[in-house]
Ligand binder design. Sequence first.
Ligand code: KFV
Ligand code: CO
Length: 192
Amino acid sequence: MLPLLTRIDHVGIACRDLAKTIELYRDTFGLRVITVESNEEQGVREAMLAVGPGAAGPGLAEPGLPGPGGGYVQLLEPLTPDTPVGKFLARRGEGIHHIGYGVTDITQAMSAISEAGIRLIDERPRHGSMGASIAFLHPADLGGVLTELVQFVTVTPPPQNGREEDLTGCIGWRTGKGQPPHARESSLPVTG
Ligand code: KFV
Ligand code: CO
């Protein structure tokens, strides 16, 4: 059997104050902030900080994004208390919230993992950071680890009208419930 998980894409970390936590990671580790986005469907405002060799990878337009062996730290601040990250903070406090793994074909990976008896939280892929397709797997079936599948697609810069205020000097855009303004090729396995 070929491995379904092709790389560690990101480690998701729940925090109460995104701006302060970005500063902590930048100042302590010198990490580069790639994006800051709000994702209303997921109830988060989040930042992706690149960790790794910094080479352009397949499907990544911009040199400086992680290539093979690289990944991200994803810092997550809840938009409201009644969201997954808001509830997590109330129950457990700040800390590691989930791990995101790269997959080549998210729809195929979801069905294979479901057939293996692991509960899917999402019945279909959702919109994730930087336009990726994402789907979550239930922590209760995976030893208490909330697990996310990530299928990366070609990155195109967000249009001007999708930009958020520039918190950190990095690219920022808003991810709403429908197609994000920067959504690309219609082959993306995401609906509404
Ligand atoms: N890790 C491990 N266990 C967790 C957990 C987590 N992050 N969050 C909740 N739990 C456990 C919790 O400790 C409790 O266990 C049970 O789940 C129910 O907690 O043994 P216990 O004490 O009963 P609730 O009631 O607080 O949570 P619930 O409403 O059931 O929701 C849990 C869950 C996992 C279904 C929910 O958090 C969820 O749907 N998560 C997936 C969506 C998500 O987390 N989105 C934020 C990240 S967005 C992202 O990463 C993006 C946009 N991206 O591109 O990468
Ligand atoms: Co994530």
